[in-house]
Design a protein around this ligand. Structure first.
Ligand code: NAP
Length: 245
């Protein structure tokens, strides 16, 4: 389905991003993905893709670096020979913290990773992506279901959703679709790092489909949007949450 297409996925070393890399490579795309800390995990993703006959490369960078996202896009474009698909997946979340106790440095770090990096990769894509391309940004159901203590994270995702909506308007005339995918609670290190087990049992009970999401549940929605069947969907926020929001 994606043979001959090239893709950049941020945060592909674990969790949802790893599943997205596997899905896109399985569909035939040549993928460059990023990681920040765990080179061994990134190499394991590359080996897993190659073992199945796919093509993937890993690049290390900190998306909080103001120069990093554009350098990534330029390096990926040179390596891949062009850009067809961009998936902004990487993000940081945080333990619950009331606004009254949140400091500016912390807020700025969350916004730099979760929002400014997305602005920068999208700006690059707006200039350089081939016509007919696809952009998917990963948000969260937190923007539809506010919960106490996640102000910086929710703010960063709300801004990302607005960037997505505006980019869909601007890039539509070139046949480029731009969408948000908003996971509900999904079984990854991010979720377990920010919530005790009993809280996750409660969320699973509150979810109409009765369980936590799995990374492949989200990757399959991304695969639909970036593939031929997603051609008429743009400017949307698809909540892949088992009905949580
Ligand atoms: P995760 O398991 O924490 O993985 C995050 C990925 O992002 C890792 O590959 C990590 O690389 C990378 N990353 C983090 N900070 C980075 C930085 N400063 N620079 C470059 N890369 C960085 O997260 P996840 O649960 O798969 O989440 C993926 C996306 O889904 C995020 O946008 C998240 O907000 C969203 N989401 C998740 C849930 C959930 O319940 N899991 C719910 C709603 C939305 P390293 O491992 O190398 O640090």
């Amino acid at each position: 389905m994606l043979e001959g297409k090239t893709a950049v996925v941020t945060g592909g070393s674990r969790g949802i991003g790893r599943a997205i890399v596997a899905r896109l490579c399985g569909d035939g795309a040549h993928v460059v993905f990023t990681y920040r800390t765990d080179g061994e995990a990134a190499e394991a993703v590359v080996s897993g893709v190659r073992a199945k006959g796919g093509q993937a490369r890993a690049m290390r960078l900190d998306l909080a670096d103001p120069e990093g996202p554009e350098e990534l896009m330029a390096a990926a474009e040179a390596l891949l020979g062009g850009l067809d698909i961009l998936v902004n997946n990487a993000a940081v979340s945080h333990a619950r913290m009331p606004l009254a106790e949140t400091d500016v440095t912390f807020f700025d770090r969350v916004m730099a990773v979760n929002t400014r990096s997305v602005f920068l990769t999208m700006r690059y894509a707006a200039r350089r992506m081939r016509d007919g391309g696809r952009i998917v940004n990963i948000s969260s159901v937190n923007t539809a279901r506010p919960v106490p203590g996640v102000g910086p994270y929710s703010a960063s995702k709300g801004a990302l959703e607005q960037l997505t909506a505006v980019a869909a308007q601007e890039l539509g005339p070139r046949g480029i679709t731009v969408n948000t995918v908003s996971p509900g609670a999904t079984d990854t290190e991010m979720l377990h790092g920010a919530n005790p087990p009993e809280a996750l049992e409660t969320v699973a009970r509150m979810t109409p489909l009765g369980r936590l999401g799995q990374p492949t549940d989200i990757a399959d929605v991304v695969g639909f949007l970036v593939g031929p069947d997603g051609r008429w969907v743009t400017g949307q926020n698809l909540r892949a949450s088992g009905g949580l929001a």
